[in-house]
Design a protein around this ligand. Sequence first.
Ligand code: TYD
Length: 146
Amino acid sequence: MVRNTQFIDLPHWDDDTGSLVAIEAEGTIPFGVQRVYYIFETTPGAHRGFHSHRDLAQLLICVHGSIDIIIDDGCTREQVTLDTPTKGLYIGPYVWREMLNFSDGSVLVVLANHHYDPADYIRDYDQFMQEAPAFFASAGQDGGAR
Ligand code: TYD
């Protein structure tokens, strides 16, 4: 079980004309949204991410196709699959993530609780392994279990 990660089932409304997902900040997801970005038209074999954040919380949704996500809290590493627009993966602080196995035409939408801040990134895995234990040892940082 990777700490600070959680699958969130997104409420959806389906009828014979199609489906609609609605996400409410601080309702469906446990944070306010200040930024939205998406990753698309990835090249074959693309492997992205390779970082953690010190503070940022995000929700990843594969709105088309399928994408594998490696999540790693410094103790446990798992590979999970996002393959439906009705499921989000919450990733909180101090979770190393990598994205791979992008299916052709896949689109990954990310909601984030802060604006872009390069200083919040940890892009070096050794640095991540130095900082993560202290973060998770501090009170209340054991994260949400999936
Ligand atoms: P990066 O976070 O490295 O992407 P990934 O984790 O998918 O490999 O971001 C790629 C580039 O986009 C990098 O130059 C920074 C820029 N960027 C922004 O300017 N704003 C953003 O909100 C994000 C997520 C990235």
